[in-house]
Design a protein around this ligand. Sequence first.
Ligand code: SF4
Length: 365
Amino acid sequence: MTTSTTTDPTRTAPPGPLLELTNVSKLFPVREGILRRVRAHVHAVSDVSLTLARGETLGLVGESGSGKSTLGRLALRLLEPTSGRIDYLGQDITNLKRGSLRSVRRNAQMVFQDPYSSFDPLSPLASSVAEPLAVHGEGGGSARRARLEELTRLVGLGPQHLDRYPSELSGGQLQRMAVARALAIEPSFIVLDEPVSSLDVSTQAQVINLLEKLQHELGVAYLLIAHNPALVRHASDRIAVMYLGEIVEVGSAEAVYTTPKHPYTHALLSAVTVPDPDLQRTRRRIVLQGDVPNPADPPAGCRFHTRCPYVMDVCRSEVPPNFVAADGTSVRCHLHTSGPVLDGAPVADLLATSGAATSYEGSPS
Ligand code: SF4
């Protein structure tokens, strides 16, 4: 465990979620011409409501461009939401200004995808890892060095690595250093934005195992952003699925992974290879037709309706309500309330009876 003298506000905080996003949206203006007039807005995140509990890992999956990273930055208030509310430990931080945000940011850190671009290539790693301590005025001299050495041991490296330059470490070692830096001021919450996607498979496992071990020891909560659903299932307590800026399904990792209730989740997970060869032979990969729509002009009604094999008339005009299934999963899809009512059952139940134009890759046995 760490020896830092800093205190964790979650230990004295009232009960309730660590982080709560309520109807959060983020629009980015698209400008053109010499006068840079606003021509349209990219709907990067739309009406997202999510909670993150203390010590929990919430996995966030979806295709590239679905808004996952923007949502991670909003959660840290690195971006201003266009609308909605963000609460941290019961405090509304939506409109906090820079000075007041400082104490929030002290408890919330981020680990990025590419460890090589996360560090200054011209500085020894000690100075980069010490940045959060310097920013928040913690320690100094030999105390700071002792803290850095403690952090490097925590992530499975040695003090000698602190005096090296980023180019002298492997990708896996450098990502461990990025985790050490994120932990330097004992945050209660870390956004992990594709933390292992640039690493080879064996190193990915090492870093994920390290993150789980640290969570067990330190109680830190993670928002784990990844496009690999298998990785997210392994590492997450709950999974949220994003499509074109919206959360379309959120529930326990087990429920979302084994009985997906939204057609998009079903298609996304059908691409994952399972380790059991007998089970794998029974699986069919769903290949979605069409392209992801332009986020500057998202479709009316359900945003997935242009690619959904089960689309109904209602889907083209009405935004699906949030439906909570018996297993606690929240899903936004008319199938659970209209048409061939699933009423919380998995989408797979429709496959046998639907004449939908779903295409499959490989032959089901
Ligand atoms: Fe498909 Fe309609 Fe459900 Fe959207 S609401 S996912 S279009 S069935």
